[in-house]
Design a protein around this ligand. Structure first.
Ligand code: KIV
Length: 270
């Protein structure tokens, strides 16, 4: 593993990992405690995802998330991280209006949080923006396939790229993103065969979420894989724990102990 003795994961290291065949591990984080545990575990990438709109804020979509909110969460994450690459998901309308606006907002995010890269959703329409961001020194992770900020265009969270034309567009866009200077691309909810084709066609790493095993890396929303988010469980999100059950049990037991006077006891008192 090329990352074994690496003290700090950079965007360059992420690209090297693809060349060496080492898989890239990534999860989301929105707060200090989880980010610290991810960094201690040796996670390669920590994404401050705008999925915080769903799992942290309880919003129906990611659209309401603001730049100020993502900065607030990233500052908390950044304080915990010593080694992982911290990538920030740029909120809806913070980079689509104009290239100038994108540079201003993405630059502000890096300046104020200390994160090392940003992620933006979209293919062809984002190419010039990505080129400019990279030109001014802002590393960009792309995001193709199911792009949740376009939910009102798609109409559902269904798998993307099943139809021939859409599959061709995703493949074309991945190549364009690479040419524009993106250092990696998230592929969300596309057939694994298409993800393999994309992965084999670009020299930058693909990070899959619901895109099968052929991607160069994998990412999940950490509350999903920890079994904390009970509202919705996507098929691709393997549950590594059932923390919701543990937390609910703990709350029940605490409540019972308080009501019955069992908490606090003598040892817990002064
Ligand atoms: O917002 C997010 O968490 C994401 C990942 C799931 C890729 O975009």
């Amino acid at each position: 593993m090329i990352t074994e003795n690496i003290k700090r994961i950079t965007t360059k290291v992420i690209v090297e990992m693809k060349k060496s065949g080492e898989k890239i591990s990534a999860l989301t984080a929105y707060d200090y405690i989880i980010a610290k545990m991810l960094d201690d575990a040796g996670m390669d990438i920590i994404l401050v995802g705008d999925s915080l709109g769903n799992v942290f804020q309880g919003q129906e979509t990611t659209l309401p998330v603001t730049v100020d909110e993502i900065i607030y969460h990233t500052k908390a994450v950044r304080r915990a991280v010593k080694r992982s690459l911290v990538v920030v998901d740029m909120p809806f309308l913070s980079y689509q209006i104009s290239i100038e606006d994108a540079v201003r907002n993405c630059g502000r995010v890096l300046k104020e949080t200390g994160a090392e890269a940003i992620k933006i959703e979209g293919g062809k329409p984002m190419v010039e923006t990505i080129r400019r961001l990279v030109e001014v020194g802002i590393p960009v992770m792309g995001h193709l396939g199911l792009t949740p900020q376009s939910i009102h265009k798609f109409g559902s969270y269904e798998v993307r790229g099943k139809a021939k034309t859409e599959a061709e567009n995703i493949l074309r866009d991945a190549k364009e993103l690479e040419k524009a200077g993106a250092f990696s691309i998230v592929l969300e909810k596309i057939p694994y065969g298409l993800a393999k084709k994309v992965t084999d066609s670009v020299s930058i790493p693909t990070i899959g979420i619901g895109a099968g095993k052929h991607c160069d890396g994998q990412i999940l929303v950490c509350y999903d894989m920890l079994g904390m988010f009970e509202d919705f469980q996507p098929k691709f999100a393997r549950k590594y724990a059932n923390l919701a059950k543990i937390i609910r049990n703990s709350f029940d037991n605490y409540l019972k102990d308080v009501k019955t006077g069992k908490f606090p006891n003598k040892e817990e008192s002064f």
